[in-house]
Design a protein around this ligand. Structure first.
Ligand code: C2E
Ligand code: MG
Ligand code: MG
Ligand code: MG
Length: 283
Protein backbone atom coordinates (compact mmCIF):
# COMPACT_ATOMS: atom_id res chain seq x y z
CA UNK A 1 0.00 0.00 0.00
CA UNK A 2 1.05 3.57 -0.60
CA UNK A 3 2.76 5.49 2.15
CA UNK A 4 0.18 7.58 3.88
CA UNK A 5 1.01 11.18 4.46
CA UNK A 6 1.27 12.32 8.05
CA UNK A 7 -2.02 13.23 9.71
CA UNK A 8 -0.68 16.73 10.22
CA UNK A 9 -0.36 17.18 6.47
CA UNK A 10 -4.02 16.65 5.93
CA UNK A 11 -5.55 19.82 4.70
CA UNK A 12 -8.65 20.29 6.73
CA UNK A 13 -11.97 20.72 5.10
CA UNK A 14 -13.42 24.02 4.36
CA UNK A 15 -17.11 24.58 3.93
CA UNK A 16 -16.17 25.66 0.45
CA UNK A 17 -15.01 22.18 -0.39
CA UNK A 18 -18.27 20.49 0.49
CA UNK A 19 -20.34 23.28 -1.04
CA UNK A 20 -18.60 22.79 -4.34
CA UNK A 21 -21.03 20.81 -6.52
CA UNK A 22 -18.24 19.04 -8.33
CA UNK A 23 -16.78 17.72 -5.12
CA UNK A 24 -20.17 16.61 -3.94
CA UNK A 25 -20.84 14.59 -7.05
CA UNK A 26 -17.30 13.20 -7.00
CA UNK A 27 -17.70 11.96 -3.42
CA UNK A 28 -21.08 10.42 -4.24
CA UNK A 29 -19.77 8.75 -7.35
CA UNK A 30 -16.74 7.26 -5.63
CA UNK A 31 -18.43 6.21 -2.39
CA UNK A 32 -19.82 2.86 -3.56
CA UNK A 33 -16.59 1.93 -5.24
CA UNK A 34 -14.60 3.03 -2.18
CA UNK A 35 -16.62 0.75 0.09
CA UNK A 36 -15.99 -2.21 -2.20
CA UNK A 37 -12.29 -1.38 -2.47
CA UNK A 38 -11.78 -1.12 1.30
CA UNK A 39 -10.75 2.52 1.06
CA UNK A 40 -12.31 3.36 4.42
CA UNK A 41 -10.12 2.72 7.43
CA UNK A 42 -10.54 3.01 11.15
CA UNK A 43 -7.87 5.12 12.83
CA UNK A 44 -7.75 4.80 16.60
CA UNK A 45 -7.14 7.65 19.00
CA UNK A 46 -6.31 6.55 22.57
CA UNK A 47 -8.32 7.76 25.55
CA UNK A 48 -6.12 8.20 28.57
CA UNK A 49 -6.53 8.35 32.35
CA UNK A 50 -4.72 11.60 33.19
CA UNK A 51 -3.71 10.42 36.68
CA UNK A 52 -2.15 7.09 35.71
CA UNK A 53 -1.34 7.63 32.02
CA UNK A 54 -3.10 4.36 31.19
CA UNK A 55 -4.95 3.85 27.92
CA UNK A 56 -8.53 3.14 28.94
CA UNK A 57 -10.09 3.06 25.49
CA UNK A 58 -9.95 4.53 22.01
CA UNK A 59 -12.17 6.29 19.51
CA UNK A 60 -12.41 4.87 16.01
CA UNK A 61 -12.25 7.69 13.46
CA UNK A 62 -12.93 7.20 9.79
CA UNK A 63 -10.22 7.85 7.21
CA UNK A 64 -10.86 7.57 3.48
CA UNK A 65 -7.58 6.68 1.84
CA UNK A 66 -7.59 7.13 -1.90
CA UNK A 67 -4.50 7.05 -4.12
CA UNK A 68 -2.29 7.27 -1.04
CA UNK A 69 -3.96 10.41 0.24
CA UNK A 70 -6.15 10.81 3.27
CA UNK A 71 -9.50 12.46 2.80
CA UNK A 72 -10.56 13.79 6.22
CA UNK A 73 -14.08 13.01 7.51
CA UNK A 74 -15.20 16.61 7.34
CA UNK A 75 -14.71 16.52 3.56
CA UNK A 76 -17.16 13.69 3.02
CA UNK A 77 -19.30 12.98 6.09
CA UNK A 78 -21.48 16.08 5.68
CA UNK A 79 -22.08 14.99 2.08
CA UNK A 80 -22.90 11.40 3.03
CA UNK A 81 -25.26 12.79 5.66
CA UNK A 82 -27.41 14.40 2.99
CA UNK A 83 -28.81 10.99 2.13
CA UNK A 84 -28.68 7.46 3.52
CA UNK A 85 -25.06 6.87 2.45
CA UNK A 86 -24.00 7.78 5.98
CA UNK A 87 -25.86 4.72 7.31
CA UNK A 88 -23.70 2.46 5.21
CA UNK A 89 -20.51 4.16 6.31
CA UNK A 90 -21.28 4.01 10.03
CA UNK A 91 -22.29 0.34 9.90
CA UNK A 92 -19.19 -0.37 7.84
CA UNK A 93 -17.07 1.29 10.55
CA UNK A 94 -18.79 -0.66 13.32
CA UNK A 95 -18.19 -3.87 11.40
CA UNK A 96 -14.52 -2.99 10.89
CA UNK A 97 -14.01 -2.18 14.57
CA UNK A 98 -15.70 -5.43 15.65
CA UNK A 99 -13.46 -7.34 13.25
CA UNK A 100 -10.39 -5.71 14.82
CA UNK A 101 -11.56 -6.38 18.38
CA UNK A 102 -12.23 -10.02 17.44
CA UNK A 103 -8.68 -10.27 16.14
CA UNK A 104 -7.25 -8.84 19.39
CA UNK A 105 -9.34 -11.23 21.46
CA UNK A 106 -8.26 -14.22 19.36
CA UNK A 107 -4.62 -13.21 19.66
CA UNK A 108 -4.96 -12.95 23.43
CA UNK A 109 -4.07 -9.27 23.38
CA UNK A 110 -5.37 -6.96 26.00
CA UNK A 111 -8.40 -5.17 24.65
CA UNK A 112 -9.83 -1.76 25.51
CA UNK A 113 -13.27 -0.37 24.84
CA UNK A 114 -13.60 1.20 21.39
CA UNK A 115 -16.08 3.94 20.58
CA UNK A 116 -17.72 4.45 17.20
CA UNK A 117 -19.44 7.62 16.00
CA UNK A 118 -23.02 7.31 14.80
CA UNK A 119 -24.51 10.18 12.89
CA UNK A 120 -27.69 11.56 14.37
CA UNK A 121 -29.29 10.96 10.96
CA UNK A 122 -29.62 7.31 12.01
CA UNK A 123 -32.28 8.18 14.53
CA UNK A 124 -34.97 7.88 11.85
CA UNK A 125 -34.25 4.16 11.64
CA UNK A 126 -36.43 2.28 14.15
CA UNK A 127 -34.26 -0.81 13.76
CA UNK A 128 -31.02 0.98 14.56
CA UNK A 129 -30.49 -0.73 17.93
CA UNK A 130 -31.15 -4.19 16.48
CA UNK A 131 -28.76 -3.54 13.62
CA UNK A 132 -25.99 -2.41 15.96
CA UNK A 133 -26.48 -5.46 18.17
CA UNK A 134 -26.51 -7.88 15.26
CA UNK A 135 -23.16 -6.61 13.95
CA UNK A 136 -21.59 -6.90 17.42
CA UNK A 137 -23.02 -10.40 17.83
CA UNK A 138 -21.75 -11.48 14.43
CA UNK A 139 -18.22 -11.17 15.84
CA UNK A 140 -19.22 -12.37 19.30
CA UNK A 141 -17.84 -9.25 20.99
CA UNK A 142 -18.67 -8.72 24.68
CA UNK A 143 -20.84 -5.58 24.82
CA UNK A 144 -18.58 -3.92 27.37
CA UNK A 145 -15.96 -3.40 24.65
CA UNK A 146 -18.26 -1.22 22.55
CA UNK A 147 -19.21 2.41 23.03
CA UNK A 148 -21.48 4.41 20.75
CA UNK A 149 -20.81 8.16 20.48
CA UNK A 150 -23.83 10.32 19.72
CA UNK A 151 -24.19 14.06 19.45
CA UNK A 152 -26.92 16.28 20.76
CA UNK A 153 -30.14 16.58 18.77
CA UNK A 154 -32.17 19.51 17.57
CA UNK A 155 -35.79 18.44 17.39
CA UNK A 156 -38.17 16.96 19.90
CA UNK A 157 -38.92 13.95 17.71
CA UNK A 158 -35.23 13.18 17.52
CA UNK A 159 -34.91 13.67 21.25
CA UNK A 160 -37.40 10.89 21.99
CA UNK A 161 -35.70 8.57 19.53
CA UNK A 162 -32.31 9.34 21.00
CA UNK A 163 -33.64 8.65 24.49
CA UNK A 164 -34.98 5.27 23.39
CA UNK A 165 -31.71 4.36 21.72
CA UNK A 166 -29.49 5.34 24.64
CA UNK A 167 -31.75 3.50 27.08
CA UNK A 168 -31.78 0.43 24.85
CA UNK A 169 -28.00 0.35 24.51
CA UNK A 170 -27.51 0.89 28.24
CA UNK A 171 -29.90 -1.90 29.13
CA UNK A 172 -27.76 -4.48 27.39
CA UNK A 173 -24.44 -3.04 28.55
CA UNK A 174 -23.23 -1.18 25.47
CA UNK A 175 -21.66 2.08 26.60
CA UNK A 176 -22.83 5.43 25.30
CA UNK A 177 -21.22 8.83 25.22
CA UNK A 178 -22.56 12.25 24.45
CA UNK A 179 -20.09 13.67 21.95
CA UNK A 180 -19.02 17.30 21.47
CA UNK A 181 -20.79 18.26 24.67
CA UNK A 182 -21.36 21.96 25.04
CA UNK A 183 -21.52 23.11 21.45
CA UNK A 184 -24.89 21.67 20.42
CA UNK A 185 -28.48 21.98 21.57
CA UNK A 186 -30.50 21.12 24.67
CA UNK A 187 -27.47 19.67 26.39
CA UNK A 188 -28.60 20.00 29.98
CA UNK A 189 -31.90 18.24 29.48
CA UNK A 190 -30.15 15.51 27.59
CA UNK A 191 -27.67 14.99 30.40
CA UNK A 192 -30.35 14.80 33.04
CA UNK A 193 -32.75 12.46 31.30
CA UNK A 194 -30.57 9.97 29.44
CA UNK A 195 -28.34 7.34 31.08
CA UNK A 196 -25.04 8.29 29.39
CA UNK A 197 -21.86 6.64 30.58
CA UNK A 198 -19.55 9.36 29.36
CA UNK A 199 -19.71 13.05 28.67
CA UNK A 200 -17.18 14.11 26.02
CA UNK A 201 -16.50 17.78 26.45
CA UNK A 202 -15.81 19.51 23.16
CA UNK A 203 -12.32 20.83 22.79
CA UNK A 204 -13.54 24.38 22.29
CA UNK A 205 -14.49 24.40 25.99
CA UNK A 206 -11.07 23.39 27.27
CA UNK A 207 -9.14 26.44 28.48
CA UNK A 208 -5.78 27.04 26.85
CA UNK A 209 -4.14 27.98 30.11
CA UNK A 210 -5.07 28.14 33.77
CA UNK A 211 -3.37 31.40 34.64
CA UNK A 212 -6.53 33.37 35.31
CA UNK A 213 -8.96 31.52 37.59
CA UNK A 214 -11.65 34.15 36.99
CA UNK A 215 -11.44 33.76 33.26
CA UNK A 216 -14.87 32.72 31.90
CA UNK A 217 -13.58 29.65 30.09
CA UNK A 218 -11.92 28.43 33.30
CA UNK A 219 -15.11 28.98 35.29
CA UNK A 220 -17.26 27.25 32.69
CA UNK A 221 -14.94 24.28 32.41
CA UNK A 222 -14.83 23.90 36.19
CA UNK A 223 -18.60 23.86 36.46
CA UNK A 224 -19.20 21.48 33.57
CA UNK A 225 -16.74 18.93 34.94
CA UNK A 226 -18.11 19.30 38.47
CA UNK A 227 -21.62 18.76 37.17
CA UNK A 228 -20.64 15.57 35.35
CA UNK A 229 -18.86 14.30 38.43
CA UNK A 230 -21.77 15.08 40.77
CA UNK A 231 -24.14 13.31 38.41
CA UNK A 232 -21.93 10.25 38.30
CA UNK A 233 -21.16 10.55 34.59
CA UNK A 234 -17.59 9.86 33.48
CA UNK A 235 -15.94 12.89 32.01
CA UNK A 236 -13.52 13.06 29.09
CA UNK A 237 -12.14 16.17 27.42
CA UNK A 238 -11.34 16.15 23.71
CA UNK A 239 -8.50 17.99 22.06
CA UNK A 240 -6.00 17.98 24.92
CA UNK A 241 -2.80 19.25 23.31
CA UNK A 242 -0.43 20.42 26.06
CA UNK A 243 0.92 19.36 29.45
CA UNK A 244 -0.66 22.46 30.91
CA UNK A 245 -4.06 21.32 29.66
CA UNK A 246 -3.51 17.85 31.16
CA UNK A 247 -2.97 19.63 34.47
CA UNK A 248 -6.21 21.56 34.01
CA UNK A 249 -8.07 18.25 33.72
CA UNK A 250 -6.38 16.97 36.87
CA UNK A 251 -7.24 20.15 38.74
CA UNK A 252 -10.88 19.71 37.79
CA UNK A 253 -13.13 16.67 37.87
CA UNK A 254 -12.12 15.31 34.49
CA UNK A 255 -10.29 12.00 34.69
CA UNK A 256 -10.01 11.19 30.99
CA UNK A 257 -8.38 12.89 28.03
CA UNK A 258 -8.09 12.41 24.32
CA UNK A 259 -5.85 14.57 22.19
CA UNK A 260 -2.66 15.25 20.31
CA UNK A 261 -0.75 15.61 23.59
CA UNK A 262 -0.94 11.82 23.87
CA UNK A 263 -1.50 10.75 20.28
CA UNK A 264 -3.19 11.60 17.03
CA UNK A 265 -5.64 9.05 15.64
CA UNK A 266 -3.37 6.13 14.71
CA UNK A 267 -3.54 3.54 11.95
CA UNK A 268 -4.26 0.02 13.21
CA UNK A 269 -0.68 -1.25 13.43
CA UNK A 270 0.59 1.80 15.30
CA UNK A 271 -2.36 1.68 17.66
CA UNK A 272 -1.64 -1.98 18.38
CA UNK A 273 1.91 -1.05 19.37
CA UNK A 274 0.59 1.64 21.70
CA UNK A 275 -1.86 -0.78 23.25
CA UNK A 276 0.91 -3.23 23.94
CA UNK A 277 2.67 -0.58 26.05
CA UNK A 278 -0.73 0.47 27.38
CA UNK A 279 0.55 3.53 29.10
CA UNK A 280 2.00 7.02 28.62
CA UNK A 281 4.65 8.49 30.90
CA UNK A 282 3.14 10.77 33.55
CA UNK A 283 4.57 14.24 33.79
P1 C2E B 1 -15.34 13.86 16.85
O1 C2E B 1 -16.14 12.62 17.00
O2 C2E B 1 -15.58 14.93 17.85
O3 C2E B 1 -13.82 13.38 16.87
C1 C2E B 1 -12.78 14.11 17.43
C2 C2E B 1 -12.04 14.90 16.37
O4 C2E B 1 -11.06 15.72 17.00
C3 C2E B 1 -11.27 14.03 15.39
O5 C2E B 1 -11.29 14.68 14.13
C4 C2E B 1 -9.87 14.05 15.96
O6 C2E B 1 -8.86 13.76 15.01
C5 C2E B 1 -9.78 15.47 16.43
N1 C2E B 1 -8.79 15.65 17.48
C6 C2E B 1 -8.40 14.74 18.41
N2 C2E B 1 -7.47 15.27 19.23
C7 C2E B 1 -7.27 16.54 18.84
C8 C2E B 1 -6.41 17.61 19.30
O7 C2E B 1 -5.67 17.48 20.27
N3 C2E B 1 -6.49 18.78 18.63
C9 C2E B 1 -7.32 18.96 17.56
N4 C2E B 1 -7.30 20.16 16.96
N5 C2E B 1 -8.13 17.99 17.10
C10 C2E B 1 -8.11 16.79 17.73
P2 C2E B 1 -11.56 13.89 12.78
O8 C2E B 1 -10.97 12.51 12.87
O9 C2E B 1 -11.17 14.76 11.65
O10 C2E B 1 -13.12 13.71 12.78
C11 C2E B 1 -13.95 14.82 12.71
C12 C2E B 1 -15.39 14.43 13.00
O11 C2E B 1 -15.89 13.59 11.96
C13 C2E B 1 -15.56 13.62 14.27
O12 C2E B 1 -15.56 14.48 15.40
C14 C2E B 1 -16.90 12.96 14.01
O13 C2E B 1 -17.94 13.85 14.28
C15 C2E B 1 -16.84 12.73 12.51
N6 C2E B 1 -16.49 11.34 12.23
C16 C2E B 1 -15.27 10.74 12.16
N7 C2E B 1 -15.39 9.42 11.86
C17 C2E B 1 -16.73 9.17 11.77
C18 C2E B 1 -17.52 8.00 11.49
O14 C2E B 1 -17.03 6.88 11.28
N8 C2E B 1 -18.88 8.17 11.45
C19 C2E B 1 -19.48 9.38 11.69
N9 C2E B 1 -20.82 9.47 11.63
N10 C2E B 1 -18.77 10.48 11.98
C20 C2E B 1 -17.42 10.39 12.02
MG1 MG C 1 -16.59 11.33 18.44
MG1 MG D 1 -16.08 14.55 19.73
MG1 MG E 1 -15.45 17.48 18.93
Amino acid sequence: TAKISDEADVVYASMQYIEDKENVSKIRRHFEEALNNYEFHAYYQPKVNVETGRIIGAEALCRWIRDGRIIPPMDFIPILERNTDIFRLDFYMLDLVCKNIRKWLDEGKNVVRISINFSRKHLVDPELLDKIVSIINRYDIPYEYIEIELTETTTEGDYLKLKKLVEGLTKIGIHTSIDDFGIGYSSLNLIRELPWNVMKIDRSLLPISSTDPKDFSTVLYKHITTMASDMGIECLTEGVETAEQVQILRDNYCLYAQGYYYDKPLPLDEFEKRLEIGQYPIN
